[in-house]
Write a protein that binds this ligand. Structure first.
Ligand code: BTN
Length: 318
């Protein structure tokens, strides 16, 4: 019910009378007043003026499931959204949901993570309410060796969504970092549950720095706020990302991975650059010449030999 009240307040241009809300929601004015008190307790600033009614002055900087879901219009990703306060990692929560057979596309996000994790055992710093930290469950019928497609597709969707809601032009650093200039804005982590070579489900986790200031982030990081010079409504950013993820995931389901690849290459910060890549096998230097259909990076070493890398960390040299 509170969702409908917020919706009325948001839609109305100026004040909306208690009488009108009570008429439209078929509820007493005393009950409306009680809901207004509860909404204020949740952080909504609602002005009340006798004879005029109520007006929404400010919304809390808090992710609310119904706000994210309203007008989202996706069919898979975000059909179910769970918003939590502080968790260890949304990856753990999504795994639990995946094991409980949650519907495909279920999203779990949190205001903060006490043990946010990144690739290669790194920590993902998650300052409270300053970013978007979420994971979603997919059940694609892809063989294990093609699962990198999901990471590439997520990177494309994330970069596109950021471009749609801002003037920023993020690029993708192989395999899945989203960069603003040479600072990291977002990261993607893909984990899976498989049984005897069969993929049961995949969890994709996304961490995006939204309204964090430089002192709240590890060095070398950026945020939408740092890049654009103003804060963002996290619910709106979230919606844009979920819509874009749906768009690109549907392309994957329709066997259109070539479109994902084209878009990844167009947004790449890595291809045609001289790179150094480290992994447990050692260090390789050369030119990043292409991406193959498994998402591996092809590097031409100075002696002309082309090496295929499926994992590791890339440093852009020039
Ligand atoms: C990386 O760049 O190394 C990947 C970072 C992924 C971070 C996100 S935040 C939401 C989800 N929960 C986690 O613990 N990690 C991912």
């Amino acid at each position: 019910m509170q969702e409908r009240i917020i919706q009325f307040l948001k839609e109305s241009d100026g004040y909306i009378s208690g009488e009108e809300i009570s008429h439209r929601l078929k509820m007493s004015r005393a009950a409306i007043w009680k809901h207004m008190q509860e909404l204020r307790a949740q952080g909504y600033e609602i002005a009340a003026v006798p004879h005029l009614g109520y007006q929404l002055v400010a919304s809390p900087d808090k992710l609310l499931g119904f706000e994210i879901q309203s007008d989202l219009n996706t069919k898979i990703i975000g059909k179910k959204i769970i918003v939590l306060e502080t968790v260890t990692s949304t990856m753990d929560e999504a795994f639990r949901l995946g094991m409980e057979n949650c519907p495909e596309g279920t999203v779990v996000c949190a205001e903060a993570q006490s043990k946010g994790r990144g690739r290669l055992g790194r920590v993902w710093s998650s300052p409270k309410s300053r970013g978007l930290y979420f994971s979603f469950v997919l059940r694609p019928s892809l063989p294990l060796n093609q699962l990198a497609q999901l990471t590439l597709m997520s990177a494309v969707a994330l970069a596109e969504a950021i471009e749609n809601i801002s003037d920023l032009k993020p690029l993708i650093k192989w395999p899945n970092d989203i960069l603003l200039g040479n600072h990291k804005l977002a990261g993607i982590l893909t984990e899976l549950r498989a049984e005897s070579d069969q993929v049961k489900f995949v969890v994709v986790g996304i961490g995006l720095n939204v309204n964090a200031s430089a002192h709240q982030l590890p060095s070398g990081s950026s945020s939408l706020k740092i890049g654009a010079g103003h804060s963002f409504d996290r619910a709106k950013v979230f919606q844009a990302i979920l819509r874009s993820l749906e768009k690109w995931y549907v392309k994957l389901l329709h066997d259109e991975f070539d479109l994902v690849m084209d878009e990844w290459k167009r947004r790449s910060a890595t291809l045609k650059k001289r790179v150094r890549i480290t992994d447990p096998a050692g260090i390789i230097e050369g030119e990043a010449i292409d991406l193959d259909e498994d998402g591996a990076l092809l590097i031409r070493k100075d002696n002309g030999i082309v090496i295929k890398k499926t994992a590791g960390d890339v440093f852009l040299l020039r």
